[in-house]
Ligand binder design. Structure first.
Ligand code: FAD
Length: 403
């Protein structure tokens, strides 16, 4: 896909930031496990926070493809910083921009442009891949909703201010209406408690944690209602969230691009048997495969970022987004692992960035829809069948009735 001169300039600006300030902070963010508020300030100054927000709300109305260009550059140096760029432009914020009222959009935009990375709250201890099995409930009381439940593995728990919370909605009689999105701002909403932080393998400066809702009251102005209401709420909200998958796949691809860059430089300078190791054919083929997988990932991600879902919706096509995330996340794990191999023992050392990259990249086949679950989505499209994963759902669907 040919990039415009503005896109190339944007990419260059992101690369300069990445190679400078951000590269210098990456190792420390990893070892300290502290959220990099200083990097947020730099991203804000460069206007990489809230790029996709429409100009009428203070943003630049940039495309997802523009955002992906920036994410790749930042991820070459620091995964945590790149994830901040994803969540300040895609995912929850684009869901609010798609379905929110004017007031909701303005509120969300002010927060993000002010440096907030919104949190999306879907996963629960007993509802992971089967997200629709969530038990967090929103009970209607007059014109308000009262939320009770528990989410875990929420990116940004304890640092994010804006939260988009998915919950099952019930009316006063106890009848279930579907799934809704509810907005809450940490520090203002009583009943939103941050629980335990996970100790993770990688992505260490980004808190992943538990959120507990205890009679969290949501006023009508904070209910994010998709166009077809609560009944199809889950599908609509997840569709809008789709851009996040493209963003996450791009972070993985960016880590791989950074790792390959390190591997190439090392192969040219490290000498064994009296010659640079880059002269050995064993490494040529590894480097060629790494580059090939990287190029394929980038093309798929760019195509997904530039696509539009059914009916020309504002979101990337879900099937292209799923394919791109599956391919890029799996390829990135392999590329980074091979780059580590090129470094020999030094690749295994904390003195060099490869081991951090290997820990960071491992996540991307898990979060935001696992590679297996996304394959089910793609297979469903290929076959033209619904593929419900519950035992009873699958049987009835193959028998011709939908569930
Ligand atoms: P499980 O659903 O228990 O799956 C376990 C294994 O079984 C996986 O390999 C899975 O692929 C496989 N599996 C399950 N069902 C099927 C099936 N039908 N067919 C084939 N294989 C299947 N969630 C949020 O809501 N917000 C966040 O901000 C967020 N951030 C995250 C950040 C990180 C670093 C991580 C690791 C996770 C994050 N998540 C977040 C949670 C993430 O979305 C879930 O981990 C993911 O959906 C999988 O759920 P699970 O971990 O419970 O795995």
């Amino acid at each position: 896909m040919e990039l415009s001169s503005q896109q190339l300039a944007l990419k260059e600006r992101a690369a300069a930031l990445s190679n400078g300030t951000i590269r210098g902070r990456a190792a420390d963010i990893d070892t300290s496990r502290e959220y990099p508020w200083d990097v947020v300030e730099v991203l804000k100054a460069e206007r990489f926070m809230g790029m996709t927000i429409p100009p009428e709300y203070g943003g630049q109305g940039r495309s997802f493809l523009d955002t992906v260009l920036v994410i790749e550059e930042i991820a070459r140096s620091c995964t945590v910083s790149a994830r901040i760029v994803v969540e300040a432009n895609m995912g929850a914020i684009s869901t609010v921009m798609a379905y929110g009222t004017d007031a909701q959009k303005k509120r969300a935009a002010d927060l993000v442009l002010g440096g907030d990375k919104p949190a999306i709250c879907i996963t629960e201890p007993d509802a992971g891949s089967d997200a629709s099995g969530m038990t967090t409930r929103a009970d209607r009381r007059g014109n308000r909703y009262v939320l009770n439940g528990r989410k875990h593995w929420i990116t940004g728990a304890g640092v994010s201010r804006l939260h988009l919370i998915f919950a099952r909605v019930f009316d006063e009689s106890g009848e279930e209406l579907g799934v809704g999105g509810f907005l809450a701002v940490r520090g203002e909403a009583e009943g939103l408690r941050v629980g335990k932080r996970e100790t993770t393998m990688g992505l260490c400066g980004m808190p992943e944690g538990e959120l507990v809702f205890e009679d969290l009251e949501i006023t009508p102005d904070m209910v994010l209602l998709p166009p077809s209401g609560f009944k199809r709420g889950f599908a609509d909200l997840i569709n809008a969230y789709n851009s996040q998958r493209v963003g996450a796949g791009t972070v993985a691809m960016g880590i791989a691009a950074g790792a390959l860059e390190h591997a190439v430089a090392w192969a040219k300078t490290r000498e064994q048997f009296g010659r640079p190791i880059g002269e050995f054919q064993g490494l040529h083929w590894m480097l060629a495969d790494m580059q090939t997988q990287l190029t394929a990932s980038r093309l798929m991600l760019h195509a997904a970022a530039a696509s539009r879902g059914p009916g020309g919706s504002a979101f990337p096509d879900p099937t292209l987004a799923a394919q791109a995330k599956i391919f890029a996340s799996e390829a990135a794990i392999k590329i980074v692992n091979d780059a580590l191999q090129v470094f020999g023992a030094r690749g295994y050392s904390r003195e060099f960035p490869l081991e951090r990259m290997a820990r960071d990249v491992r996540m991307f086949t898990i979060g935001g829809g696992t590679a297996q679950v996304l394959r089910t989505l793609v297979a469903s499209k290929v076959l033209g069948w619904k593929l419900p994963q519950t035992r009873d759902g699958y049987v009835s669907s193959r028998g011709g009735t939908e569930k």
